[in-house]
Structure formats: structure tokens, C-alpha cells
Design a protein. Structure first.
Ligand SMILES: Nc1ncnc2c1ncn2[C@@H]1O[C@H](COP(=O)(O)OP(=O)(O)OP(=O)(O)O)[C@@H](O)[C@H]1O
Length: 933
């Protein structure tokens, strides 16, 4: 940032004159292209600065002020529903004015309205700090404001609107890509200050860490630092750290940050090249801070929240005091040590780096007082003067130096190894030129040589692997330092996030109404400004894949050392940046400031092949724009290529010898394998035979159930004997014995079952016989009943005839009696009354006697008839009974035959006991039948 001596007075005068501006509640929108902002212009000048190959800030001290910007957030739906009004508004691009008291106005570097995108905020308030950090100037960006004013939204953002931290990370990697003349090493740490306790967010075990001080300033002891290889990797670490951050719900914010977080990116860079032993390294720290929000006394908090709130307020108060003292000029003591926050920010605030303060405010009347306090704080902070200087270190404390040195040493070792010819063991010549001894010596020598070669090969592979691991940690641009496409300022696609990167950003929170389109515009803002097709294509690919493609290990040169390559495609393939950063992170952890482990990477041979491939491709690419320098590069590449081929050939020879030995080993192993396979097959065959026998035995068991065939039993016995024979001849004795025992048990079981079956068969045949007897008896009964029935029917017919005869006789006698009475009456009609009386008396007595006789005879006939009827009824009854009995017997007989047929048919199926008992007629059945009838 350029010095701005006149800035303050200019702002103040603008503040004085701005009282006449409209009090309209409409916030003026800041333009993305606005270059009038000092911070913005600085940012752009820095971008240009990076495009140039020469570094021009060496040990330069720049006097500048803290960049102070104010960001308004829109009214939240809750505030709108509660009828909140606007108390403060942005009057122009750099002034905030009170709605109710327009004379109160404050000027800042820039004021962002509620619809301003975070990308724009980044461009104005953060980019210059990031650019400075990439040059070795420490930088600090922090968001300050009351709770729920938008600090986290500004610093972290979400998927739709990435915050300053993700944007800064993206920009950092963009700058690396666009600075092919330097190589970088990035590491990150992430910690929180919760209730005045420092916790490591990247290492849950790192709690209550101590703040220490050394020559470079304050630092947190034992904080975990991780080397990062890509934006996605860094974002994944933040996302993991956020999981451990203290967040809670308050009256004002559902996701209120209850701790201050400090994300630190440590950047080391040095010029690319091999002979830079004495070159100083740029080392800087970029602190991105999301402060917890100050809470007003209005907040009705209790318990934990109140305690948190008081710690937050106290530390923010100390921050305010420190800033006041810093701007006072006369103050002799600055109370940095009064809070952990100010202690950690000490080196930043004391003016050794660039500082950007983004004050977030809410426009609502409800927070009017707090907003006013924030504005006053911001205004005070604006007066802090800083003298940002580039940090250069020469000693081996620099991690990049340490790695570079190690890489160099390893390469030298490798070279020596490649150059060194394996000393051939001297042959001891025998005096008598004994050919056999000579041959023996030769063979011994060959074996020794081989083992030595193998050892060397292993050592070489280990060296290569270590070199690659270290090389990978050092980030270099995939662009050639003699870039084919000259860099155009402002063409970095800083705001384009790949899906992989977005995945690590939080989902968009919807508690407030936000203009989505505005945010969408933000992410495409830079894209629209781009014109070069080539760069656009590159950008698209990069956006799709994140920035992972940008970083790759350097290729091997002729001496087995590594240099930066310019082939983008080969770089994409060969790079082994952690695609799953979390998984890799374990390898990248570093517990102290300078101790680091390294990630895994490609195999040496793969890398070698890739480098060869790359070198072959380079001349083709360059041929499009032939310049003498490129031609020289091509030739150098070609020579390197030839050397690599020679090297490869040597390796090939060694490998082929190894291969031959391995082939011989293989042959022996194969023979052993074939033998084993043969044995296995034999065993399998035996197992199959046994299985067959067993299944046969099972079949036999089934068959015996039905038929009870003793022949099968014999067959089983035979099988048994065969099994015994098998047992004797079996290869696996134990196995056979087991099987034999099993088979024996099966046979015993079968025999038992067979005995049971025979018994049940005998029972069945007895029952069958009984049934047959019963059936013949029933038949006899039926025929007897039929005969009796016939006799009875004949008797009935006889009696009926008799009855008819008697009835006709009776009728005849009645008729004759009436006739006689009539005749006698006619004969004596006219005779003497006396005679008539006498005669009538005689006739009467005769008739009476005859009548009595007739009556007697009639009665006897009637009795006979009744007797006959009774007998007839009895006979009828007996006939019916016989018929029923016959039907019952016939039915039972039929059942019995069906049952017998069934039994014969099923052949061996066990006779259902219930069927057996239900089928034939038992004595009980007869008794039952007799009793019911
Ligand atoms: N500029 C903005 N545009 C749209 N929404 C915003 C903006 N600033 C903040 N918000 C929204 O306001 C709410 C509160 O914001 P945020 O959580 O960032 O506040 P904070 O200052 O970090 O609060 P605290 O100090 O309690 O953590 C969130 O839902 C956020 O999405």
C-alpha cells in the first residue's frame, strides 16, 4: 500500500463537507471498477507488481495507515418484521452518516452498502494485504463489529458468497501460479481464543496453548502447522477446524461466534533455481481474524453465554484501548498483554505489517448505539500508522531453505550413486589355471555384484522418493518463467471456486434476505473482464478442478536434479497434490514452527517417465513461437532427454537381470504350485467320491423307510466295507477316518430305522389281516341281513293278503246280515201283533247271538290285524336297520380298501397312525354303532 499522507485530511474534509448530502435511506452501491479507493488502487498496483518478473520491494519500508472499511449488512427479516428503521447509512463511498443526526459522520477508506458483494470487499480491503504477504510483508485482516453484524459472513462466507478467507487462499495460489520465478512453501495454522484460552482448531488435543515471544514476534507454542498444497487442501483444514470452534445461539444470532479465530497462513518464498544457497527467503504471516461480536448490555444472557460475552467484551475493550494508545502518539505503554487477542496481534498492530480492519455494522435503530461505538472504534483505528516491511531471512530456520538444502544434498547423493561404478570384485587367479575354480570365482563375483547393485537400487529409490516428497511441498508455477502468454494484470480467476473447494465452504444461511443475483454477479465478475481465449480456457479448467492442477513437482534434469517444468498437461498428471486433503493431512502435520512431515507421492519410475514425456512435448509447444531462447531451451531439453534415456537404459539392464532371477524363482515356485495343485485335485476327487457315497447312503436311508429292503442294507454294508478299503488307501488318513466314522454312524442310524420300519410293517400286516377278517364278517352280515329282509318282506306280503281276505269276509258277513233282517221284516209285516212280538223276540234273540258272534269274530280279526301291523312295523324297522348296517359296513369296507391301496402305493411312506386307526373297523366301532342304534 502506498503511503497516503494526505488521506486523513482529505477524508476529514470530505466528512465536513458531506453534511449536505442527501439523507436518503438508499445506500449507494460501490462500483467494482472504482479505482479511486486508496486500498483498491493499491491492490491493483500490487497485482501489476506481481506480474513483473523483478522484485522491487527489497527491504523497502512503506509508511501507511491501517486500511479501515465499513460494511453494512441488510436489515434482517426479523428486524424488518419488528419495524426496525435505518439509523446509519453510507453517504457516498467513504462516509457513514447518522440518519437522525446527520451532523455525525465518519470517513473511512471505503464504505460498503448492504448489497456489496464480499468479492468487492475483498478487492478493496484485502487483496493488497494478500499481495503484500506474498512478497514477504506480514498482513492482518480482521472483521470487527457487534454480534450479528456480519463478521463471519464477511470472513468465512458460504458457498454462494465465499468470504475473505477462502478468497485470500484462492488468490495466494493464483499468485504462485503467476510467479514462475519463485517457489513457495505454504503452511497454515488455525486457532481460537475462547474465554481467554487459546485452543488449536487443527488439533483438538491442543488446548490452552501458551503464547510465547521470540525475535520474530509473538507465537503460540505447540500450535499445529500444516503444509498446504492446494486451495482445497487449505479450505478442508479450515472446515475441519470450524468443527471445533465454539459457536452458540444468542438472542441476536443463531450461529453466534463465541470465540475469536485466527487463521494464519505462513508464506515462504525464494527464487527458483539451484544455486540460490545464499539467497534470502521471504517469510511472512497472513493473519485472517474473525472476531467474536461485542455484546450490548441489552442482551439478556445468562450462564455460559454471559461468561463468554464478558470475556469477548473485555478482550475487545482491550483491543480498543491498544488502538487508542497506538494512535495517541504520547502513550508510553501499550497494554498488549491485557488480553490474549491483543498479545497475539501485537506484531501486526505495532506496525510491522499491513493491517486491514473491516468493521461490520447493522443499520438498524435497535443497534444504533453499538453501531456508533463500532464506527468510533474504526475511526480511531484509521489513525494507526504502520511501516510495513518485507521480512527476509537467510538462516536455515526457513523451512523452504531447509527443504531446498535437503533436496540438494539428496540429489548430490543420487548423482554420486549414479556415477559410481560398482567395483567388480577381483578374481583370485589360481596358479594352475584351474577352470573350475575360475568359474566358481566368477559366479561368486557375479552374486556379490548383483547384491551390491540391488542395494544401490534400493538406496536410489529411497532417495528419489524423499526428493520427490520434499519437492512436492515446494509450490511452483506450472507456467514457464519465460511465459508464452505474458501475464495480464487482473486476469487471475481468484473468485472462481471449483466444486471440490466449494464443498468445504458452509452452506448458505438464509436468516437474512440477500440479493442472490448480486452474489452471483460477484463470482462471475472477474470472468467477464477476461478477454484472452487461452487464459479463459485455462481458467475454466482450473475453476472446474480447483487449483489442484496448478501445482506439480518439478521435473528431473539431466543430473537427476529437479527443476520447474512448463508443460501444463504433464504437470497435471504428475502432480500428486492430496486429492483428499484430510487423508493426507496426517502426513503433513507439524507440531512446531519448523518441524514437518511430508506427504506421499508418485513412484520414482513413474515420475521419471512423466518427465521424459514432458520433455518430449516441450519442443512441440514451443515451436509455435520460436525465439532463440526457446530454441536453446528446446536443445537443452533434448540433450536432457537423451541423458535420461541413457540413464533409463542402465536401469533397464539392471532391471532385466533382476527380472531373470525372478523368472527363475518363479519357475521353481510354479513347479511347486503345479505339484500342490495336483495334490489338491486328488484330494478333491476323493472328497467327491465320498460325497457321492454319502448321498447314496442317504438315498438308501430314504428307500429303507418305505420298502425296508434288506438288500440295500447289505449294499450299505458293502459301501461300508468299500469305505474301509478307501480309508486304507486315502492320502489324508485323518480325513478318511472322520468320514468313515460319520458313515458308520449313518449306517447304525439306518439299521435302527430299518428295524423300526420292519416292526411297523409287521404291525401293519396284522392290521391288514384283521381288516380283511372284519370285512368278510361284514359281508356275511350283509348277506344274512339281505336274506332276512327277503323273508320278512314275503311275510309282510302274506299278512297283507290275509288282511285283505279278512276285510272282504267281514264286509260280506255284514251285507248278508242286513239282507236277512230286511227279508224277515218283509215276511212278518202283516201278521198278528202278538205273533209278531213273539216272532220278533225269537228273531231278536237269534240275531243277538249271531251279532255277538260276529262281534267276537270282528274283534279277533281286528286284534290279528293290529298284531300283523305291529309285526309289519317291526319287520320294517329291522329291514331299515339291516340296510343301515349294510351301508355302514360297505362304507367301512371301501375305506379299508382305499387305505390298503394307499399303503401299497406309497411303498415305504410311514403309515400315518391316525389313518391306520381311522381306517379299519375296530371292536369299539361296532360297540359304538350298536349302542347308537
Ligand atoms: N452483508 C451481508 N449480506 C447478507 N447477509 C448478511 C450480511 N452480513 C451478515 N449477514 C447475515 O447476517 C447473519 C449474521 O451474520 P454473522 O453470523 O456473520 O454475524 P457475526 O457478526 O459473525 O455474529 P457473531 O459475532 O454473533 O458471530 C447471518 O445470517 C448472515 O448470513
Amino acid at each position: 500500500m502506498a503511503s497516503k499522507p494526505g488521506l486523513r485530511s482529505q477524508k476529514l474534509s470530505s466528512r465536513a463537507s458531506s453534511s449536505t448530502t442527501s439523507s436518503s435511506k438508499q445506500f449507494p452501491e460501490a462500483s467494482a471498477d472504482d479505482l479511486s479507493s486508496p486500498a483498491s488502487s493499491t491492490a491493483r498496483s500490487k497485482a501489476k507488481h506481481y506480474s513483473a518478473e523483478t522484485v522491487s520491494v527489497n527491504a523497502r519500508k512503506l509508511k501507511e495507515n491501517v486500511t479501515v472499511t465499513v460494511r453494512f449488512r441488510p436489515l434482517s427479516p426479523r428486524e424488518i418484521s419488528q419495524g426496525e428503521e435505518i439509523a446509519w447509512y453510507a453517504d457516498g463511498e467513504s462516509i457513514v452518516r447518522g440518519e437522525h443526526n446527520p451532523s455525525i459522520a465518519y470517513a473511512y477508506d471505503k464504505v460498503f452498502g448492504p448489497t456489496t458483494t464480499t468479492c468487492h470487499v475483498y478487492d478493496v480491503a484485502a487483496q493488497h494485504v494478500i499481495c503484500g504477504a506474498m512478497e514477504g510483508i506480514n498482513g492482518t485482516i480482521f472483521a470487527y463489529g457487534v454480534t450479528s453484524s456480519g463478521k463471519t459472513h464477511t470472513m468465512h462466507g458460504d458457498q454462494r458468497s465465499p468470504g475473505i478467507i477462502p478468497l485470500a487462499i484462492k488468490d495466494t495460489f493464483s499468485i504462485i501460479q503467476e510467479t514462475p520465478s519463485r517457489e513457495y512453501l505454504l503452511r497454515v495454522s488455525y486457532l481460537e481464543i475462547y474465554n481467554e484460552v487459546v485452543n488449536d482448531l487443527l488439533n483438538p488435543a491442543g488446548q490452552n496453548l501458551r503464547i510465547r515471544e521470540d525475535a520474530q514476534g509473538t507465537f503460540v507454542e505447540g500450535v499445529k502447522e500444516e503444509v498446504v498444497l492446494s486451495p482445497a487442501h487449505a479450505l478442508s483444514l479450515i472446515a475441519a477446524g470450524e468443527e471445533h470452534r465454539h459457536v452458540g445461539s444468542t438472542n441476536f444470532n443463531l450461529h453466534s461466534s463465541r470465540s475469536h479465530t485466527i487463521f494464519t497462513l505462513t508464506i515462504e518464498s525464494s527464487p527458483c533455481g539451484e544455486n540460490d544457497e545464499g539467497e534470502a527467503v521471504n517469510l511472512s504471516q497472513l493473519n485472517l481474524i474473525d472476531l467474536a461480536g461485542s455484546e450490548s448490555s441489552k442482551a439478556e444472557t445468562t450462564g455460559v453465554r454471559r461468561k463468554e460475552g464478558s470475556y469477548i467484551n473485555k478482550s475487545l475493550l482491550t483491543l480498543g484501548t491498544v488502538i487508542s494508545k497506538l494512535t495517541d502518539g504520547k502513550a508510553s505503554h501499550v497494554p498488549y498483554r491485557d488480553s490474549k487477542l491483543t498479545r497475539l496481534l501485537q506484531s501486526s498492530l505495532s506496525g510491522h505489517g499491513r493491517v486491514s480492519l473491516i468493521c461490520t455494522v447493522t443499520p438498524s435503530t435497535n443497534n444504533s448505539e453499538e453501531t456508533h461505538n463500532t464506527l468510533k472504534f474504526a475511526h480511531r483505528a484509521k489513525h494507526i500508522e504502520i511501516q510495513a516491511a518485507q521480512n527476509k531471512i537467510i538462516d536455515e530456520k526457513s523451512l523452504i531453505k531447509k527443504y531446498q538444502h535437503e533436496i540438494r544434498t539428496l540429489k548430490e547423493e543420487l548423482e554420486q550413486m549414479q556415477r559410481g561404478v560398482a567395483a567388480i570384485p577381483q578374481l583370485k587367479h589360481s596358479d594352475g589355471d584351474d577352470l573350475v575354480t575360475l568359474k566358481q570365482e566368477l559366479e561368486d563375483g557375479q552374486i556379490k555384484l548383483q547384491s551390491k547393485l540391488e542395494q544401490e537400487e534400493d538406496a536410489k529409490a529411497a532417495l528419489l522418493s524423499r526428493i520427490q516428497r520434499l519437492t512436492k511441498l515446494i509450490l511452483v508455477s506450472t507456467k514457464s518463467s519465460q511465459s508464452i502468454f505474458p501475464h495480464r494484470p487482473g486476469q487471475r480467476r481468484r473468485h472462481s471456486f471449483g466444486e471440490e473447494e466449494l464443498a468445504y465452504l458452509p452452506f448458505r444461511r438464509r436468516d437474512l434476505i440477500v440479493d442472490d443475483e448480486q452474489i452471483d454477479t460477484c463470482t462471475t465478475l472477474d470472468q467477464n473482464s477476461e478477454t484472452a481465449d487461452e487464459t479463459l480456457k485455462e481458467g475454466k479448467t482450473t475453476r472446474k478442478n480447483g487449483l489442484l492442477n496448478w501445482l506439480k513437482p518439478r521435473k528431473r534434469d539431466s543430473s537427476g536434479t529437479f527443476t520447474s517444468t512448463s508443460d501444463r498437461s504433464s504437470g497435471t498428471k504428475s502432480v500428486s497434490t492430496p486429492s483428499t486433503p484430510k487423508a493426507e493431512s496426517g502426513n503433513l502435520l507439524a507440531e512446531s514452527r519448523l518441524s514437518h512431515s511430508t506427504p506421499t507421492e508418485n513412484t520414482p519410475s513413474a515420475d521419471l517417465l512423466l518427465s521424459i514425456k514432458h520433455e518430449r512435448e516441450t519442443p512441440e509447444e514451443s515451436s509455435q513461437q520460436v525465439s532463440p531462447l526457446q530454441l536453446t531451451n528446446c536443445i537443452v531439453s533434448y540433450v536432457n532427454c537423451i541423458k535420461s534415456v541413457a540413464e533409463l537404459e542402465t536401469q533397464l539392464n539392471e532391471k532385466s537381470f533382476e527380472l531373470e532371477v525372478k523368472i527363475a524363482d518363479n519357475r521353481i515356485i510354479q513347479e511347486q504350485l503345479t505339484q500342490k495343485i495336483h495334490e489338491c485335485e486328488k484330494l478333491q476327487q476323493t472328497v467327491l467320491t465320498l460325497r457321492d457315497q454319502l448321498s447314496d447312503a442317504q438315498d438308501l436311508k430314504k428307500f429303507s423307510h418305505v420298502i425296508g429292503n434288506s438288500d440295500r442294507y447289505d449294499e450299505t454294508q458293502k459301501n461300508h466295507r468299500e469305505l474301509s478299503t478307501e480309508k486304507e488307501t486315502a492320502v489324508s488318513k485323518d480325513k478318511y477316518e472322520g468320514l468313515f466314522l460319520k458313515a458308520q454312524m449313518e449306517i447304525a442310524e439306518l439299521t435302527e430305522k430299518l428295524t423300526n420300519l420292519t416292526e411297523s410293517r409287521e404291525k401293519l400286516s396284522i392290521q391288514n389281516q384283521k381288516l380283511a377278517e372284519e370285512s368278510s364278517y361284514a359281508k356275511g352280515l350283509a348277506s344274512a341281513a339281505a336274506v332276512e329282509l327277503k323273508a320278512l318282506s314275503e311275510e309282510v306280503a302274506k299278512l297283507m293278503n290275509q288282511n285283505e281276505k279278512l276285510a272282504s269276509e267281514l264286509a260280506e258277513q255284514k251285507n248278508s246280515q242286513i239282507q236277512r233282517r230286511t227279508i224277515a221284516a218283509n215276511r212278518t209285516g202283516r201278521r198278528d201283533v202278538n205273533l209278531r212280538r213273539h216272532e220278533q223276540g225269537t228273531v231278536n234273540s237269534v240275531s243277538k247271538r249271531e251279532l255277538a258272534l260276529f262281534r267276537e269274530r270282528e274283534l279277533s280279526y281286528e286284534a290279528a290285524l293290529a298284531e300283523k301291523d305291529q309285526r309289519e312295523a317291526e319287520l320294517h324297522m329291522r329291514v331299515e336297520e339291516s340296510k343301515q348296517k349294510e351301508a355302514y359296513l360297505e362304507n367301512e369296507l371301501a375305506n379299508m380298501w382305499v387305505l390298503v391301496a394307499k399303503l401299497k402305493k406309497s411303498q415305504g411312506a410311514e403309515v400315518n397312525a391316525s389313518d391306520i386307526t381311522r381306517g379299519p373297523i375296530s371292536d369299539n366301532d361296532y360297540e359304538h354303532w350298536n349302542s347308537t342304534n
